[in-house]
Ligand binder design. Structure first.
Ligand code: PEP
Ligand code: MG
Length: 574
């Protein structure tokens, strides 16, 4: 039985599309003089094919995400058609008699080396673009099929070693029935996106790209963690039954989505949604979410070669504020780690998750932060916006951020630009340092939101996307729970509220403990809201308090789970 790590629930079946990257390797080889013309033609055909592919991607991105986001592909086309590059490649084929593939590689690598020497951050962004076009044109010259996810026509199950968040962002995800990957964990960003788009996904399978062939019929049971390749008739019947049952349960939960999120003894928990892209907004009304507890702004910065300017961001936040009347927590740009974007030049790091990430980038490249904050402040008059900073690990960072806000307010006042004077500012608590300092931090800001995905990885020292140690990644563990409790208590001591916006908020077992610990708000994927709400509506706050007090004294993860299982059995919670 093939299984992996459950990333996004659901059942689906369809034909496999294997995104296997063939290794492009070639040696220095020569062509015969009489073949020069034909070989040059081969280069031009591959280039033409590459331009056509890229322009198709560009047109789709323009249609769905606007002109700005499509510009990166325009520059790819320009790079491909660059006259100097063309002359160099033709020269290498014609005069040196190198094969076209060797010539293309050599000419582009030379350009990359030149840029590297310049030490110019802006030009360094070109390196990623050059590598990208090199890969594409070489794939085309070898006639490897280049799968363009943005123009998928048929519905498929995507099978890949890994998918980056930007890959998914530019894909035609309406045609993606399911995702299976070799690497990754439940809280890797690809899994989070799959969940938010409600695409069934199992990740961290290890070798799925080796087992599956293109066109195989795949059934994904991302409820019971089972993958069937070309299932037998009886297996397929079984999966179909599970799918029908799952769909009915989903529908039933849907009917209850508007019910208030209160325990039997009337303790209220605010339920909010995590939003990662504009598509999710259309589902927000019927989801029962009372607010947006986490708006991940990375999406605005993905798949483009220049940073979004203030005006562009302002329009984005303004339309967000206008389209949803309740509170929206906008998180400032949180990239780095497993989220690299091409409009920022990332250094090579040995430990990206411990490196140039989150607020560190924004404080380092302060203009990025200033532009984003100005845009959010300007948009704040159109709705109920809040601001939240990611990856905080010290008070120094908070002091610097507060200073930025002070300066910004003065500037806006001077320029007579209106903004919400009471805009609330909060912090993500996602490093153990921030949790330990939470009493001090609570005195500086308006609210906390615990990012349990990162808090778990940093507390347990377990990389959240590493399938080899995924069995060690468990937020429902005594150490993480103790930190969560500490943060909630610190915030309450100073009259502030704490939310959870990590994936733990999707977990109905955890909900019992979190409610008992006094959490004020849970913010999660839209698809989990009904399920979590159902559990909260079926418990008593006083019972949840008791069980969470016992959980805090458990020594192992197992003990906590046993405690929860017994509680659920006693209270007949399904
Ligand atoms: C988290 O770390 O829990 C979180 C919500 O942030 P992200 O998953 O975007 O890193
Ligand atoms: Mg995080």
């Amino acid at each position: 039985m093939i299984s992996g790590i459950l990333a996004s629930p659901g059942i689906s079946f369809g034909k496999a599309l294997l995104l296997k990257e063939k290794k492009i390797s070639f040696k220095k080889k020569y062509i015969k003089k009489e073949d020069i013309e034909g070989e040059i033609k081969r280069f031009f055909i591959a280039r033409e094919k590459s331009c056509i592919q890229i322009s198709k991607i560009r047109d789709r991105i323009k249609k769905f995400f606007g002109k700005e986001k499509s510009e990166i592909f325009d520059s790819h086309i320009l790079l491909l058609q660059d006259e100097e590059l063309e002359k160099k490649i033709v020269f290498l084929i014609e005069k040196k008699l190198y094969t076209p593939e060797y010539s293309i590689n050599l000419a582009i690598e030379e350009q990359i080396k030149k840029i590297e020497k310049l030490k110019n951050a802006y030009l360094k962004e070109r390196i990623i673009d050059l590598q990208d076009i090199k890969k594409r044109i070489l794939q085309n010259i070898f006639n490897f099929s280049v799968v363009d996810l943005s123009t998928l026509k048929k519905e498929v199950i995507l099978i890949s070693k890994d998918l980056t968040p930007s890959d998914i962002a530019q894909a035609n995800f309406k045609k993606i029935l399911g995702i299976l990957t070799d690497v990754g964990g439940t809280t890797s960003h690809t899994s989070i996106i799959a969940k938010s788009l409600e695409i069934p996904a199992i990740v961290g399978i290890g070798n799925i790209t080796k087992i599956v062939k293109n066109g195989d019929f795949i059934s994904i049971d991302a409820i019971n963690n089972r993958i069937y390749i070309n299932p037998k008739k009886n297996e397929f019947q079984k999966i179909k039954k599970i799918k029908i049952k799952y769909e009915i349960e989903k529908k039933n939960l849907q009917q209850d989505s508007k019910l208030p999120c209160i325990t039997i003894d009337n303790h209220k928990i605010k339920i909010c949604a995590n939003i990662g892209n504009i598509f999710e907004l259309k589902n927000i009304e019927k989801s029962g979410a009372e607010g947006i507890g986490l708006y991940r702004t990375e999406f605005i910065f993905m798949n483009r070669n220049s940073l979004p300017n203030e005006e562009e961001q302002f329009l984005e936040y303004k339309s967000l504020a206008q389209s949803f009347k309740n509170e929206i927590v906008i998180r400032t740009l949180d990239v780095g780690g497993d989220k690299e974007i091409s409009c920022i030049n990332f250094p090579k790091e040995n430990n990206p998750f411990l490196g140039w990430r989150g607020i560190r980038i924004c404080l380092d490249k302060i203009e990025i932060l200033r532009t984003q904050l100005r845009a959010i402040f300007r948009a704040s008059v159109f709705g109920k916006l809040k601001i939240m900073y990611p990856m905080i690990s010290s008070l120094e960072e908070v002091y610097a951020l507060k200073k930025e806000i002070e300066i910004l307010k003065l500037q806006l006042n001077k320029e007579c630009i209106k903004f919400d004077k009471n805009i609330k500012i909060g912090l993500m608590i996602e490093t153990p340092a921030a949790a330990i300092l939470s009493e001090n931090l609570a005195q500086e800001v308006d609210f906390f939101s615990i990012g349990t995905n990162d808090l778990t990885q940093y507390t347990l020292a377990v990389d959240r996307g590493n399938e080899y140690i995924s069995h060690l990644y468990n937020p429902i563990s005594p150490s993480v729970l103790k930190l969560i409790k500490m943060v909630i208590e610190a915030s309450h001591k100073y009259g502030k509220k704490t939310s959870i916006c990590g994936e733990l908020a999707n977990d109905e077992n955890a909900a019992i403990l979190l409610v008992g610990m006094g959490i004020d708000e849970l913010s999660m994927n839209i698809s989990s809201i009904k399920r979590v709400k159902k559990v909260i509506r079926s418990i008593n706050y006083k019972d949840a308090k008791k069980i969470s007090q016992l959980a805090i004294f458990c020594k192992t993860n197992r003990e906590i789970m046993n405690l929860l299982d017994t509680f659920k059995k006693e209270k007949k919670i399904k």
